[in-house]
Write a protein that binds this ligand. Structure first.
Ligand code: AMP
Ligand code: ZN
Length: 137
C-alpha cells in the first residue's frame, strides 16, 4: 500500500466505495464522479502508479476483466457502446496515481456526446515516415 493513495485506502477498506466486483488481484468500483451512468474503475489491489510500472501479467488480467465487465455491464445497463480509458501522467489527465482502467458505458440517449472528443491534427509532409522509422518495434 502506498501512503496517501486514495485507491490503496479504498482497497484497504479505509475509505468506502461502491464495489461491483472483487477477486484476489482486483477491485472494481463505481467512479465517484461518473462520466456516464455506471462508469466504473478497475483497480489492481497492489499499488502501481501507471501503465509503465504495471507488471505484464496484471496488464493482461486487467484487460480480460475489462472484457468480462464490458459484456456484463452492457447487458445489465442496456447501454449502446462502451469506452475503455486509461490515463498515465498528469499531462494525460491522470489525477489518481494508482493504475486504473476506466469502464465507461455509452448511451444513444442522454449521453455526453463529446465525452472523449479531441481535435484532430494533421501530419506534415514526411512526418509519418519519420514516426514509422522511430516507432517500429
Ligand atoms: P484519472 O483522472 O484517470 O486519474 O481518474 C481518476 C478517477 O477517480 C476520476 O474519474 C475520479 O472521479 C475517480 N475518483 C476519485 N476519487 C474517488 C473515490 N473516492 N471513489 C471513486 N472514484 C474516485
Ligand atoms: Zn495506491
Amino acid at each position: 500500500m502506498a501512503e496517501n493513495c486514495i485507491f490503496c485506502k479504498i482497497i484497504g477498506g479505509e475509505i468506502p466505495s461502491n464495489t461491483i466486483y472483487e477477486d484476489e488481484e482486483f477491485k472494481v468500483i463505481l467512479d465517484i464522479s461518473p462520466a456516464s451512468k455506471g462508469h466504473a474503475l478497475i483497480l489492481p489491489k497492489q499499488h502501481y502508479a501507471n501503465i509503465y510500472d504495471l507488471p505484464e501479467d496484471l496488464a493482461a488480467k486487467a484487460m480480460i476483466l475489462a472484457k468480462k465487465l464490458a459484456g456484463h455491464m452492457t447487458e445489465k445497463l442496456q447501454c449502446d457502446g462502451f469506452n475503455l480509458v486509461q490515463n498515465n501522467g498528469e499531462v494525460a489527465g491522470q489525477t489518481v496515481f494508482h493504475f486504473h482502467l476506466h469502464l465507461i458505458p455509452r448511451y444513444k440517449e442522454g449521453d455526453n456526446r463529446d465525452l472523449l472528443i479531441w481535435n484532430q491534427l494533421q501530419y506534415k509532409e514526411g512526418e509519418t515516415e519519420e514516426l514509422v522509422k522511430l516507432l517500429t518495434l
